[in-house]
Design a protein around this ligand. Structure first.
Ligand code: S3P
Length: 257
């Protein structure tokens, strides 16, 4: 379906996102963000933004309707994914649950949050598990529950922030799913985590220092996920579209390899 030309406001937003992310080439239109394939010879400038030639090409592909219709993109994704799960990893506040739920809805797949599954099987809240059983017990429960979820029928799984740090869990995720790291900057994470008081690791006098420390230790490991995508302040629906396009691009490359 042909699309309208994005308005100039969106183009600015797009440029900012480009410069910040440096991860993907995305174009925003009134229908959301679309990742585009831009030939490397006209690709990016030193600051990570698209060159003029690449930008013109990207705009042309939007106005020509080259970006896939969203329903088509979802169909293509499911076809390429086969029976694998989609697993979201990332730090507390990265948006794994809110993006995961919407992604599942768009793809017509069930959604499960591993923290909820742990609470259900322990019949206890996460803070209570930490308090009465300790973190080590929580982690082994988390490992068991995620192994079980990965053995179930295809679904979108949002994992707790520490889950992917476990080597066995990472291996199982790699075998059974396509993994996606929702990467976010500290201010975005802080704004979100401060809205809730139920995260035991942040129940201290300096949650920001804790988050910095977790970022330093965990980001190199999260980077092992199949796909990395920047999670900022964009509307959820745009984020979901960007996620679908990023997964499609990964699966396309995987099929070519
Ligand atoms: C944790 C993250 C939490 C939860 C637990 C520990 C972590 O999940 O599993 O509090 O180690 O980062 P969210 O990432 O969903 O907040």
């Amino acid at each position: 379906m042909p699309m309208e030309r994005p308005d100039p406001g969106y183009r600015n937003e797009w440029r900012q996102m480009q410069a910040k992310a440096g991860l993907c080439q995305a174009v925003a239109s009134h229908r959301g963000f679309f990742l585009l394939h831009v030939p490397p010879d006209i690709g990016t400038k030193a600051d990570g933004t698209l060159s003029m030639a690449a930008e013109e090409l990207a705009m042309k592909s939007i106005t020509d309707g080259a970006a896939p219709d969203s329903a088509d993109a979802a169909r293509v994704l499911l076809d390429r994914l086969g029976d694998r799960h989609i697993v979201l990893v990332g730090l507390m506040g990265a948006g794994k649950t809110s993006v995961g739920k919407r992604l599942a809805q768009r793809l017509g797949l069930p959604f499960i949050d591993s923290d909820h599954a742990i609470e259900e099987s322990a019949n206890m809240s996460i803070p209570d598990i930490f308090k009465s059983l300790g973190e080590a017990e929580f982690r082994s429960g988390e490992r068991r529950v995620i192994a079980r979820l990965l053995g179930e029928k295809q679904q979108v799984i949002a994992t707790g922030g520490g889950a992917y740090m476990d080597g066995e869990t990472r291996l199982r995720i790699r075998e059974k799913s396509v993994s996606l790291w929702l990467k976010a900057e500290l201010p975005v994470l802080m704004k979100r985590v401060l809205r809730r008081q139920d995260r035991p690791l942040l129940a201290n006098t300096d949650p920001e220092a804790t988050m910095r420390d977790l970022m330093a230790r965990r980001y190199p490991v999260y980077a092992e996920a199949d796909i990395t995508i920047l999670s900022g302040d964009q509307p959820h629906e745009s984020m979901v579209q960007a996620v679908i396009d990023a997964i499609n691009r990964h699966l396309e490359q995987e099929a070519k390899a």
